[in-house]
Every structure is written in C-alpha cells, then in structure tokens.
Write a protein that binds this ligand. Structure first.
Ligand code: NI
Length: 385
C-alpha cells in the first residue's frame, strides 16, 4: 500500500517505540504504563480507542471509508520475570523484568500496522480492530479479551510471534496445528515413612513415584499412535528431607503438550489409570491433579493459504514452519474466530525467554507493513470464508 510516512521515518519511529517498551517491561496484568503509552501514541496519531473492559490492554479501531466486515489484529504486550543481560543501551531499566519473549517487537509492529492503516482509511473496505492484549505469558489475557466480547463481530483475527531462529525478512505460515495445547499436572504419592534401614516397615513413595514416572512415558510410546505428536514431561520431583529416613510422601509435576483434542482428552484418563494402579499395586496411594491451561493454536487453512501471497507481495520470504510445542494464548481467539498465527523472523542471537536475547529491529517495519497489507487484503476476502 502507498504510505505517507517515509520508510525511514516510520521505521525509526517504530524502533523508538519498541525501545521505550523494552526499557520498561511490565509483567502479566500489570501493564499499566505500557497501556498508558500505547493509548497516548495511538491518540497522538488520531486513532480512535474503544473501551476494553480489562485492567490493562488497549483496543483501537480503524474504520475504513468503505463498508465491509470487521477483522482483528492482535499483539501481546507483557514481559517476563527475567534479568536482562544483553548490555544494550536500551536494556531493561526494571530489575528482574525483561521483554525476553519479544512482545515489545509484536507491539511495535502492530502499532506500525495501525499507523499505516490509519493513513490509508480510503483503501479500507471495512473495519480493523487492533487489540494490544495483556497477560499472554501467564495465560488468561487472551481468554479475558475474548470473553469480553469486543471481538464478537470480527470475521478473522491475526497475530504473530517473533522467531529468533528465522532470519529477518522471513515469515512462517502454516495452516492447521501450529502451537500446542498446554496442560499441567501434579501427582501426590502417599506412602508410609520409615527408618531407611528398615524399609520393610514402610511404603517408599520415592520408589512408587519412580515406577510411575517411567510408566507415564509409555503413554506416548505404547498407547498413542506414532503419528500423534505428544510430549509428557515430568519437571519437578520432591520427596524427603534427609539421607536416612524414607519419607511418607512424594510429589511430582509436569506438563502435557498436544495438538489434537481427541488425543488431549485421552491422556489424563490414561495417566490416572497408571498412577492409581501402580501406586496401589505397590501399597501406596496416588492422586492426579490435572489442569488444562490453554488449547492448541490451530490456523485456519483457507486464511493461511490467502496469507502466503500477501506476505510474498510484502517482500517477505515465506516458509512452512514445523509446529512448536510451546503454548500461545492466541488459541483463545480461535475458539470463536477464524484466524492465523504467524512466525516472524527476527535473526535473534539466542532463544525466546533467554536473558541475552537480542532481536533484529530491522524486522519491525516489514512486519508492520505485512500486517497492514494483510488487513487491507483480508477485508476484501473474509466475506468468502
Ligand atoms: Ni511470547
């Protein structure tokens, strides 16, 4: 699309916005200053704000001059409890907090798309709602936005995550499952404590937990199709206080990652079966506490297909990414609205959530332009969904 900002002006402006966000990161549901800044920058650009009934986060709207449907663009705005070690001149000024997941990149890029779209309302056949969502990291922000109903009129919604291992100028687009459903479990084992030298007088919960942890791996290897993609990881195991006492109890927890609902639904039942029966077979009691955190992010096939030529026309190289077993609460939007989540290349030096992560700021402007072009094109197409 044509633009009145010169590339250099807009690119520099977005980098300045991103640095301002990067210096003052805020954690999930505490993004008060980020919210204030975004409202100020949007209002200064003459962009209309709508009421978002949440403590933090911003909802902006660009109404095109021509009638048409409503679509949504979403960026997440929260940071992580990580101590930054990059040594950048604009490194986090807040001890123990850092934009280590690149949500400052998402925010600056989608803000750039808003500025571009606002300059070209005449080209817009419909309305673009722009959501700056709080609390992606802790989960809960996406659900609150969706439950608030502010996107009930949207025919499609689009978002992205920066990908440090993809080069700048590259975008990952894939229909179908992209990011995994995230579940969390805790298992309590009740045994009988005893002197370590007299195990026959107790029931050792550590031995019971060990058998269960080993057996849980057979769910993936023996109970599910080899074609299903599933991860079951035990990540914490706690029992006992010293070397010469068998403790009375043990506890472990971990996570399950899946892409398909029928597979996701089977796993807790299978886990419970293994935990209860192995524990009771060894004379102990095993209890499973299982919590579903967020569903899988599954991209709409048609919208993903339509997005590819738009990305190419925006000068991006399109690749088809492998799905990621990480979670993403963009999935909450997909419960109600067709949509696509993209992976944007940022030539990072390190991984997401790492304290030394530096991303390439040159990726912001192409990303902003892509989302602006995407909005213009999708408004013309979503009627055919
Ligand atoms: Ni993230």
């Amino acid at each position: 699309m044509p633009q009145t900002y010169s590339n250099t002006d807009l690119g520099q402006k977005l980098i300045a916005y991103r640095r301002e966000l990067h210096e003052y990161p805020e954690l999930s549901f505490e993004e008060y200053e980020t919210t204030k800044k975004l409202k100020r920058w949007l209002t200064d650009a003459g962009i209309e704000l709508l009421d978002l009934p949440l403590k933090t986060g911003v909802l902006a709207v660009i109404r095109g001059n021509k009638p048409g449907p409503v679509i949504g663009l979403r960026a997440d705005i929260d940071a992580l409890p990580v101590q930054e070690t990059t040594g950048l001149p604009f490194a986090s000024k807040v001890p123990g907090k850092m934009h280590a997941c690149g949500h400052d990149f998402h925010t600056a890029s989608i803000l750039g798309a808003a500025l571009l779209l606002n300059e070209h309302k005449a080209d817009l056949e419909g309305t673009v709602k722009i959501i700056f969502q709080p609390a992606e990291e802790n989960g809960g922000g996406g659900r609150q936005v969706v439950d608030s109903g502010v996107l009930d009129d949207a025919r499609a919604v689009f978002g992205m995550h920066d990908m440090p291992d993809l080069p700048t100028g590259t975008i990952g687009i894939k229909g179908g499952p992209l990011m995994a459903a995230v579940d969390r479990f805790t298992v309590d084992i009740e045994g009988v404590g005893t002197h370590a030298a007299a195990p026959q007088n107790g029931i050792d919960p550590i031995v019971v937990a060990s058998h269960i942890i080993t057996a849980l791996q057979t769910i993936v290897s023996r109970n599910l199709s080899p074609l299903s993609s599933v991860v079951i990881s035990v990540t914490r195991l706690e029992a006992g206080k010293t070397w010469n006492v068998v403790p009375p109890a043990a506890q472990f927890e971990g996570t399950v990652r899946t892409f398909e609902d029928p597979v996701r639904d089977r796993i807790p039942l299978k886990m419970e079966h293994i935990i209860k029966n192995i524990a009771s077979g060894l004379g102990a009691k095993g209890t499973l506490h299982y919590r579903r955190i967020e569903p899988a992010t599954v991209n709409d096939e048609k919208l993903a297909g339509w997005s590819r030529p738009i990305a190419e026309a925006s000068g991006l190289k399109v690749i088809t990414p492998d799905p990621s077993f990480a979670g993403e609460d963009f999935a909450e939007y997909r419960r109600k609205i067709p949509g696509v989540f993209f992976f944007m290349g940022v030539s990072g030096n390190s991984g997401l959530h790492h304290p030394d992560l530096i991303i390439d700021e040159k990726a912001i402007l192409p990303s902003a332009k892509f989302f602006a072009n995407l909005a213009v094109s999708m408004l013309k197409k979503v009627g055919n969904l």
